[in-house]
Ligand binder design. Structure first.
Ligand code: GRF
Length: 202
């Protein structure tokens, strides 16, 4: 299977996927990354892709007249690589109906909280501020909402009294990277069905 990964930051989830494919081989893992896309330049995630010798593309919202034009341009850039599955690994933009028309049901996101708790761009900070005793990460299919699509897998992380946002986020990311690598590999190797809010991996 062909994967396109979308990033907006340090790309450690991307790196975990790259390492998993390198270790198991594309056949063993069930997929290989064919391109990496971003919504901004100059991020470590793109540098990781370039070091791995992968094609990259950037589509910045501000380069387009409307959000819808950006959405269409992003979909086109992804489609050029003919992915079977698209993975948002810290991609910090909400895609629109054009992108979902093409990749809905084949677009997976990882979120650093236990959805439906603490959706949105500050899930770690929100869980901490709320005083949650456990939080974690969620890998889910992307639908037309914000972090609302069918949940595939979740991992639990305890919140410690001394945690600040970055310490907690780093601990979440340790679990998240493993969860994402496991889920993407199983989706690619086994195939899956989405039945309402239920995801069945064969
Ligand atoms: C991940 O925790 C992701 O869930 C969140 O931002 C982080 C991205 O980390 N949206 P990285 O860029 O993969 O290191």
């Amino acid at each position: 299977k062909r994967l396109v990964v979308l990033v907006s930051g340090s790309g450690t989830n991307l790196q975990a996927l790259l390492d998993a494919v390198a270790e198991a081989g594309p056949e063993g893992y069930g997929a290989r990354i064919v391109a990496v896309g971003a919504d901004r330049d100059g991020i470590e995630g793109l540098a990781r892709a370039e070091r791995a010798g992968l094609p990259t593309f950037v589509r910045r919202v501000k380069d387009y007249g409307t959000r819808d034009e950006w959405d269409a341009a992003l979909a086109e850039a992804v489609a050029a690589h003919e992915p079977d599955l698209v993975v948002s690994a810290g991609f910090m933009k909400i895609v629109g109906k054009r992108f979902l028309a093409r990749y809905g049901g084949r677009f997976v996101n990882t979120h650093p909280a236990l959805l439906p708790s603490f959706p949105g761009a500050h899930g770690v900070r929100d869980a901490l501020a709320y005083g949650a005793k456990v939080t974690g990460c969620t890998v889910h299919f992307v639908d037309d909402g914000v972090d609302t699509g069918p949940i595939i897998a979740q991992g639990v992380v305890e919140v410690r009294d001394e945690d600040d946002e970055s310490a907690l986020h780093e601990r979440i990311k340790e679990v998240e990277r493993e969860l994402l690598v496991d889920v993407v590999g199983r989706l690619a190797r086994n195939g899956y069905r989405i039945e309402g809010r239920k995801v069945v991996i064969q």
